[in-house]
Design a protein around this ligand. Structure first.
Ligand code: GRF
Length: 217
């Protein structure tokens, strides 16, 4: 088998997407491996998930740094030692800058090297609280949607504005609460994030003029 794609995963919280990726990586034929996990929160449960899988897990609280760029520089210097091919944001609640994005551009694939998962259609809603948005609980959208989306996208210098790689629909049911909708959405997130990472590893993702095409096998 060819060399596996080396992933660094940044998290801030529970890390259920990280767990889905770790589970996928346990399959011998899966073409990627998580080599390091880092968090801006010491209490992020995802750090425990990484350690349980025998993966280095580093806490770098942003509050310990005077500004965003010094925090980001520290993350870069910690994770680049692992010779990574793709930086995966999985519930990482910090904006990343062009310094990080440029540093991890994947020259071998001529593709952006930072990916994110967002629990909404990034064309309609950016930022935190995507499931609340779908339920009409935010001022940006007082109307409940009938269907929302999960988006996996490349990260650019904006907030949830990078090229969309793949989207999957999530039905919003009339009696949904935030918990039931999030549970349904997360189950879909856990399927599609490992899948998109697999496509990336298999060179199936093509980016032309900010439009992604997925090559069939
Ligand atoms: C997910 O809903 C993800 O789409 C969003 O943050 C949440 C992270 O959940 N970016 P988890 O930490 O992976 O459980």
């Amino acid at each position: 088998m060819e060399r596996k794609l080396r992933l660094a995963v940044l998290i801030s919280g529970g890390g259920s997407n990280l767990q889905a990726i770790l589970n996928a990586c346990e399959q011998p034929e899966y073409p990627a491996e998580v080599v390091v996990v880092a968090s801006n929160r010491r209490s992020a449960h995802g750090l425990q998930r990484a350690r349980s899988a025998g993966i280095p897990a580093i806490a770098m609280p942003h509050k310990d740094y005077p500004d965003r760029s010094s925090h980001e520089r520290q993350i870069i210097s910690e994770i680049e030692r692992y010779n990574i091919d793709l930086l995966v944001l999985a519930g990482y609640m910090r904006v990343v800058t062009s310094v990080m994005i440029d540093r991890f551009f994947n020259r071998a694939k001529s593709l952006p090297g930072v990916m994110n998962i967002h629990p909404a259609d990034t064309r309609a809603y950016q930022g935190a609280h995507g499931y609340e948005y779908a339920l009409g609980l935010l001022p940006e959208n007082p109307n409940r949607l009938k269907q929302t989306w999960i988006t996996v996208h490349f990260v650019d210098a904006g907030v949830d504005t990078g090229p969309i790689i793949y989207q999957a629909p999530v039905p919003v049911k009339p009696n949904d609460t935030i918990d039931t909708l999030r549970d349904r959405g997360l189950a879909i997130e856990h399927q599609i994030y490992p899948l998109v990472i697999q496509w990336y590893a298999e060179n199936r993702i093509i980016l032309v003029s900010d439009q992604v095409h997925i090559r069939s096998v």
